[in-house]
Design a protein around this ligand. Structure first.
Ligand code: NCD
Length: 328
């Protein structure tokens, strides 16, 4: 595996290897001194053509925890603003001796193009509405820890039996919201179904992509139907920056029909886990009470963020060829 471009083309064995590595790395994040020499002497460059808080910062933290150099290209102040092409930018970063480039781009397929231009590993941190594989992986790790491991051994949540492969058979995940523009929804579909989970998609007709007939999902426009008996409810952000005018007749109507609230969760399993990739539009796709886990609602939004660091450590480690691990 040279690159991580999407979960659709990633083998189940590679998905499991990343998740297992990430769950082992979680222990490092719990230490008072979060530093291991594993990637000393390597360098990771983040090249983000779109804004980001969690993804870029967690890649940077992940690299630094493993002692790699982390360099961020501020796209607006780089030669990209002078018109430099993606190909020339990638060739330049490679010539600067970067060991890995993490790219986020508004165009679907840009990460794949970058991987063709460069010999070094490319990690897709979100390309348009196509895929966001590390988000899919951190979501799966979060579901695994809450729904499988947490249930098996409440005293040690997060400690995974290394002899047991990651498997989500029997779980139903409802993904709600702006499916048309969501790379998170697509990466989750591939990752979750490869591991045996059932995926339901739910959103207004105007926010459902045409290709969804070819995806391994069940589609419904009824929030109640999507939520009934669900083990996990994943709420998506309304991506207003990607929406052409007219896709949403009324924000208030959207919120009333598809907004996830304590009331709408009542038909889900009693221990339903609520997730959101962030950033949230509080009070629109998700109510504040659900987001904050008020009244016994199990919201895993902050766990998702922490798991994001572990997953990105695992991806960098596996793609940049970390040491044997003996020196950790
Ligand atoms: C997502 C993204 O950028 O695709 N955010 C993230 O990486 N955590 C989802 C979003 O922006 O809504």
């Amino acid at each position: 595996m040279k690159d991580l471009l999407g979960l659709q083309q990633t083998d189940i064995s590679d998905i499991r290897r990343i998740l297992e590595t990430a769950s082992n790395f979680k222990e490092i994040l719990a230490r008072p001194v979060k530093k291991v020499p594993t990637l000393r002497g390597r360098s990771m460059i983040t090249l983000f053509y779109e804004s980001s808080t969690r993804t870029r910062t967690s890649f940077e933290l992940a690299a630094k925890i493993m002692s790699a150099e982390a360099i961020n290209i501020a796209v607006a102040q780089s030669s990209i603003s002078k018109g430099e092409s993606l190909k020339d930018t990638l060739r330049t970063l490679q010539s600067l001796t970067a060991d890995c480039v993490v790219i986020r781009h508004p165009s679907s397929g840009a990460a794949e193009m970058a991987a063709e231009y460069a010999d070094i590993p490319i990690i897709n941190a979100g390309d348009g509405r196509h895929e966001h594989p590390t988000q899919g992986l951190l979501d799966i790790l979060t579901i695994w820890q809450h729904k499988v491991v947490g249930r098996e051994d409440e005293t040690y949540p997060g400690v995974i039996n290394p002899n047991r492969p990651f498997d989500l058979t029997g779980l139903t995940v409802a993904i709600i919201g702006d499916l048309a523009h969501s790379r998170v929804a697509r990466s989750n579909v591939w990752g979750l179904t490869k591991l045996g989970a059932k995926v339901r998609w739910c959103g207004p007709k105007t926010l459902v992509p045409v290709e969804c007939e070819r995806l391994p999902i069940t589609l419904t426009h009824s929030l109640e139907e999507a939520m009934t008996g669900a083990d996990v409810v994943m709420v998506l952000r309304l991506q207003l920056e990607r929406q052409e005018k007219g896709l949403l007749p009324s924000l208030r109507e959207y919120c009333k029909i598809w907004g996830v609230t304590p009331k709408s969760l009542q038909v889900a399993k009693p221990d339903v886990l609520v997730m959101h990739p962030g950033p949230m539009n509080r009070g629109i796709e998700i109510s504040a009470d659900v987001a904050d886990g008020v009244g016994g609602i199990r919201a895993a939004i902050e766990d998702q963020v922490t798991n994001g660091v572990a997953v990105r450590m695992a991806c960098l480690y596996l793609l940049m060829g970390g040491g044997s691990g003996d020196d950790e």
